[in-house]
Ligand binder design. Structure first.
Ligand code: HEC
Ligand code: HEC
Length: 368
């Protein structure tokens, strides 16, 4: 039984009114969700995951409760010199207390801060559809995401970085569980009050399931990591030949790169109706429909642009190895497809061809 084995992480005693996690009703008409439903969802979620000041870390989810305690709660220095509340200190202004990506600064940046509750991360070393490794999240914190609002946190202590990574995983697990619970209660009209058996079922089917999807890539790298053959060493003529092959592959119908990135890699392809997965449901078939949908979300729809390679700003990192991962596995949560071989499917480009395309993209950016 899950709820008794939950470790209670006590972190500070905020005197002012404590912030709460906001229920995720994105996409729902508020008039169609009753007060009783909201309360049932809020209570069950608190039972599972606690509050922003006092998070609960159910043991079976494999989260590190100590790290979460450092990240959670109000900002405060402890007598032992340790800094607590580092998430609220550094991240909440953009990513929000609930990790919904709707913090105070959210509408000032394009793309929006990520909504961690969806559990989708763009820049990973794992294959398409898989969760990131914790080391992928750590790399993002160290580097930031160039040419977006996401800053680098390379100045933070190791322990703080580890705490923040763990807290992002916690918010993601929490968010994925909540989404499932909201569906059960609102869409499927689960009878209220929620019985212990229903709560346990929701916990197992959403939280435990999501926790497994985080654990699997760490446990079974052979199944989840993108295998990256070493980049060939090129003599200058070999390099020119690779760039030329990459140019052909880029322009080929099969690879589809031109459709989005344009014939010259300026990011001006014919396919310019691009959105992050989380913005897609906000787009209706008519402008009126889009305006109606906009009222059901905290943040209005935001378009996504395919990258202009000539600007030379690669968000997931500009090393050839980073670009290999992007082309091989695509960018999760976006229309940028995976070109490399996937489990059970050939893929449009071979590993050798991906290096050629990467060399071509780098040549356009002036980096190579
Ligand atoms: C000034 C606003 C801002 C602040 C502050 C900020 N972020 Fe972000 N963050 C962003 C934006 C914008 C994105 C989305 C970029 C994109 O989608 O390309 C993002 C994306 C991310 C991602 C997703 C990475 C991926 O691979 O998809 C993670 C993880 C993240 N931020 C963690 C944090 C953490 C942890 C903190 C605090 C230490 C933080 N951010 C502070 C704006 C911010
Ligand atoms: C359906 C549209 C689409 C197609 C097809 C497509 N891309 Fe993309 N690509 C995108 C979008 C959109 C982004 C930006 C994603 C973001 O910023 O979240 C992107 C980003 C990139 C990036 C930048 C990565 C970074 O870290 O900044 C590279 C490199 C890239 N694409 C290469 C390619 C190559 C090579 C092909 C063909 C094999 C290709 N793309 C096909 C839409 C597409």
């Amino acid at each position: 039984m899950v709820f008794f084995s939950a470790a209670l992480v006590v972190s500070g005693c905020g005197q002012s009114e404590s912030p709460g996690f906001r229920i995720n009703l994105d996409g729902y008409d508020p008039a169609k969700v009753s007060q009783a439903q909201r309360e049932a969802i809020g209570e069950a979620m608190e039972e599972f995951f606690g509050t922003p000041d006092v998070p609960r870390v159910p043991q079976e989810l494999g989260l590190d409760a100590e790290r979460i305690a450092v990240a959670a709660g109000p900002v405060e220095g402890r007598a032992d010199g340790a800094q607590h509340g580092v998430y609220r200190q550094h991240c909440a202004v953009c990513h929000g207390i609930s990790g919904d990506g709707a913090g105070a600064l959210a509408t000032t940046v394009d793309p929006y801060p990520r909504d961690f509750r969806l559990g989708v991360f763009k820049y990973t070393t794992t294959r398409a559809g898989a969760k990131p490794l914790r080391s992928d999240l750590r790399r993002i914190l160290l580097r930031g995401i160039p040419s977006t609002g996401m800053p680098s946190y390379a100045q933070l202590a190791d322990g703080e970085l580890a705490a923040l990574v763990e807290y992002v995983v916690y918010l993601s697990l929490r968010g994925e569980t909540e989404r499932y619970l909201v569906q059960r209660v609102v869409d499927e009209g689960e009878y209220l009050p929620l019985g212990a058996d229903v709560k346990e079922e929701v916990f197992d089917e959403a939280a435990v399931w999501a926790a497994e999807s985080w654990a699997a890539p760490e446990r079974e790298p052979e199944d989840y990591a993108v295998v990256r053959p070493p980049r060939p060493e090129y003599t200058p003529p070999q390099r020119a030949a690779s760039i030329e092959r990459g140019k052909q592959l880029y322009a080929s119908k099969n690879s589809q790169c031109v459709q989005c990135h344009g014939p010259n890699g300026d990011g001006d392809g014919e396919n310019d109706l691009l959105y992050d997965d989380w913005n897609k449901p906000k787009i209706g078939v008519t402008p009126e429909e889009t305006a109606r949908l906009a009222r059901l979300y905290r943040l209005p729809a935001q378009k996504l642009r395919a990258r202009n390679f000539r600007e030379g700003a690669f968000r997931g990192g500009g090393n050839p190895e980073d670009l290999y991962l992007r082309v091989y596995a695509g960018i999760k949560g976006t229309p940028m497809p995976a070109a490399g071989p996937q489990a059970g499917a050939g893929g449009v480009l071979t590993p050798e061809e991906i290096w050629d395309v990467v060399n071509y993209v780098l040549s356009l950016s002036g980096r190579y």
